[in-house]
Design a protein around this ligand. Structure first.
Ligand code: NAD
Length: 329
């Protein structure tokens, strides 16, 4: 009965965190695919400029709200993406208690909304659930190595608890919930000032400042371009039957931070030196996703190589810099 009713109206998807870096790209992709999109965001780290190009589209609606407060809507909601949570360490550590609340109470509120609306929910989890991993590359069955008392714990443990809630709702048959473990993703619309490694290095290079490297720079990360990640999230939401287990989404290419800095230097043509600073507490040494599960279940594999994605991201930041300098003249 419900399905027949649903089939007659445009389907609605709620994107919590839709004004953020990933969320805004996701909202755009969903609108392009014919969904009506409700974006819920408290603008903690999200920016109006991220969604300005879709604000006036008829299928788009913005609700300014913190997900720590219960959500309710008169209208039907078919799907929910929960991307709401500051993702950069300086930002999520600025108010760690709110970060834990967002991950735990916020996710609980969205799960309850999913139950009431009979909606499918996808939780944006993170490679940080593996902590500083002792297994390499990281497969989904690795249970992780996380310090529950350190400064990163609000995010790492918050996201782990959010996963626990998701799988308990799924096991109880209360909601159709999926969990994607996202690895480091970069691209246009990253906040130039939020302290993530790719945006930091690019901004420093463009402003001809020294490029900061934490530790010896030999720690590794994998970098996924945003369009690949959004494609993975949408496949994960669509896939039937529910995989019933978390799925890693990331680019398995593994790069040291000094190698990334060298690429940024070469591509921006900067003469900036490298400046080495102490490694922050609990910073993981190695990070590389095993994506066999995503390949098998979703037929997904990232397509954009690092040099191509970096070029697009550098162009975005260069334009931003240009317009800023223009504004000051
Ligand atoms: P982001 O900080 O750009 O976006 C997060 C969005 O959530 C922002 O718009 C922010 O205002 C909003 N938000 C935060 N707390 C909220 C709250 N309590 N209520 C309502 N809105 C709230 O980060 P992002 O890179 O776009 O990441 C999106 C999601 O993906 C996050 O959940 C993050 O944990 C996850 N993730 C991202 C990456 C990555 O590399 N970008 C990696 C792993 C996981």
């Amino acid at each position: 009965m419900r399905q027949t009713r649903n089939a007659r109206r445009a389907k609605t998807v709620l994107v919590a965190g839709g004004a953020g870096f990933l969320g805004s790209h996701l909202c755009e992709a969903l609108l392009r695919s014919g969904w009506r999109v409700i974006c819920v965001d408290n603008f903690l780290t999200g920016r109006m400029e991220n969604i300005i190009s879709i604000m006036d589209q008829p299928g788009f609606r913005l609700i300014e709200q913190d997900i720590c407060r219960p959500l309710d809507f008169g209208e039907p909601v078919d799907r929910i993406f929960n991307l709401a949570c500051a993702a950069s360490p300086p930002r999520y550590q600025a108010d760690p208690i709110h970060t834990t609340r967002t991950c735990v109470i916020g996710t609980l509120n969205l799960l309850e909304l999913a139950v009431r609306k009979d909606a499918r929910l996808l939780q944006a989890s993170t490679s940080e659930v593996y902590g500083d991993p002792e297994q390499h590359p990281q497969r989904e069955d690795y249970v992780g190595h996380v310090n529950c008392t350190g400064p990163r714990a609000c995010y790492d443990e918050g996201k782990r608890t959010a996963e626990t809630l998701c799988f308990d709702y799924l096991r109880a048959g209360k909601a159709d919930v999926r969990v994607a473990r996202i690895f480091n993703t970069y691209g246009p619309r990253m906040d130039p000032a939020d302290g993530r490694i790719v945006s930091n290095l690019i901004m420093q290079a463009l402003e001809k400042r020294p490029l900061t490297i934490f530790g010896d720079g030999l720690q590794t990360r994998s970098f996924c371009y945003v369009s690949d990640l959004i494609d993975g999230l949408m496949r994960m939401m669509d896939v039937d039957p529910n995989p019933g287990k978390p799925v890693n989404l990331g680019n398995p290419g593994e790069f040291t931070i000094v190698r990334l800095a060298a690429l940024v230097k070469a591509m921006t043509g900067t003469k900036s030196d490298l400046r080495f600073l102490p490694l922050p507490q609990d910073d993981p040494r190695r990070r590389q996703p095993d994506i066999s599960r995503a390949k098998a279940l979703l037929g997904w594999t990232p397509k954009v190589p690092l040099n191509e994605g970096l070029k697009l991201t550098i162009n975005y930041f260069a334009e931003l810099e240009g317009s800023r300098i223009g504004d000051q003249m």
